[in-house]
Design a protein around this ligand. Structure first.
Ligand SMILES: NC(=O)c1ccc[n+]([C@@H]2O[C@H](COP(=O)([O-])OP(=O)(O)OC[C@H]3O[C@@H](n4cnc5c(N)ncnc54)[C@H](OP(=O)(O)O)[C@@H]3O)[C@@H](O)[C@H]2O)c1
Length: 331
């Protein structure tokens, strides 16, 4: 079968499409024929070796973190799924590889795709929807409260905004002007065009923040958070709490404790809490997402669909920004 791989971490965004053996499943896995796969900024970060401290990968590595596929083989312990089921998955961190014609996936990482979603629409759901759900869990969100999501015009916002609305939150978000109407249609209550307005002059005392920007912008976002509020960053630095939650080694607890100390200190000034997350696979939580989708008929935003042969064009598109939603690979 064909798979898109790297042999080592590198600066340029280019995968080689190579022939490899079809995977062999264990008793707790399903073999899936890939139909579509979502492309994410994290794919490019993995190519560049930027997440190797969080997840060390062996080479050669087949890239790709999320997919939609059809089950073609079942492990002997697999219940609740059948051959022919259309499933989606954010693949487990230690066994990614969605950019391949077939993938062996732990049954704990899959869920059935809501029927009303096309293969292309569904491929953009798992990673960003699970990120949003895992962030909401850490924030312990409550109906009626207000959340600020920076950079909500991208593929994360396209999932996080409708999911936040379905939980009864008021959503303020920022992004580029061209995306304003689309994002308001997703349900955002207020949209700030970051090239024309400064959200720091407009927003204050929100209950929760999800930061997608990192760096100086992450530091700034603590100032719009009310005293005692919580911030989850997708782009900042991991801290000790992150290492603990993920049962990391003593060395990584020390390392990340040092790395994220700056943000923990800023947060503690106003009795706020800083969290970093790296989205993990969770079939049960993805099933909850599917139920919300079935109830609310949420429509994912798709930016562009590429063929598998054009995988490098798709990765470079994601790297160049100006996202209007999800970039998808079709097999
Ligand atoms: N830690 C995790 O588990 C996790 C999970 C999912 C995503 N992420 C991270 O979250 C980030 C967003 O992901 P994504 O998939 O949504 O990326 P994306 O599709 O590329 O979207 C990013 C959006 O942010 C907008 N933007 C850029 N600069 C901005 C600014 N200063 N203020 C407000 N908006 C700004 C961009 O607008 P323009 O480019 O059009 O100006 C774009 O629409 C990425 O860094 C990704 O790696 C992390």
């Amino acid at each position: 079968m064909k798979a898109a791989q790297i042999k080592k971490y590198k600066k340029d965004i280019s995968l080689d499409i190579v022939s490899v053996d079809k995977p062999v499943i264990n008793d707790n896995q399903v073999l899936v024929k890939t139909l579509t796969a979502g492309v994410n900024p994290v794919d490019n970060m993995i190519i560049r070796g930027e997440v190797k401290l969080v997840v060390p990968y062996k080479m050669p590595l087949t890239l790709g973190n999320e997919l939609v596929g059809e089950i073609v083989e079942l492990g002997s312990n697999v219940k609740n799924f059948n051959i022919g089921d259309r499933i989606f998955s954010r693949l487990p961190l230690n066994s990614i590889g969605a950019f391949a014609e077939y993938v062996a996936i732990d049954v704990d990482a899959i869920a059935k795709v809501p029927e009303y979603l096309s293969d292309e629409e569904a491929a953009g759901v798992p990673l960003t929807a699970l990120t949003a759900m895992q962030a909401f869990e850490l924030l312990n969100v409550k109906e009626g409260k207000t959340i600020f999501i920076s950079g909500g015009s991208g593929s994360f916002g396209a999932m996080a905004i409708p999911l936040a609305k379905s939980l009864g939150l008021k959503v303020i978000t920022s992004g580029s002007g061209a995306n304003k109407e689309r994002v308001l249609l997703l349900g955002a209550d207020k949209y700030i065009d970051y090239k024309k307005e400064n959200y720091l002059d407009i927003v204050s005392d929100v209950d929760y923040v999800i930061d997608t920007l990192g760096g100086k912008s992450l530091e700034d976002q603590f100032s719009i958070l009310k005293k005692g509020g919580s911030l989850v960053s997708l782009k900042g630095l991991p801290n000790k709490d992150f290492a603990k939650r993920n049962n990391m080694s003593f060395f990584k607890r020390l390392l990340f404790g040092f790395a994220g100390r700056k943000y923990d200190k800023i947060a503690s000034r106003n009795n706020q809490k800083y969290y970093f997350i790296f989205v993990h696979s969770d079939g049960k939580q993805l099933d909850e997402v599917a139920s919300i989708f079935n109830e609310k008929h949420i429509k994912p935003s798709i930016d562009e669909v590429f063929s598998f042969e054009d995988i490098n064009k798709a990765l470079n598109k994601v790297d160049n920004g100006s996202s209007k939603g999800k970039t998808i690979i079709k097999f």
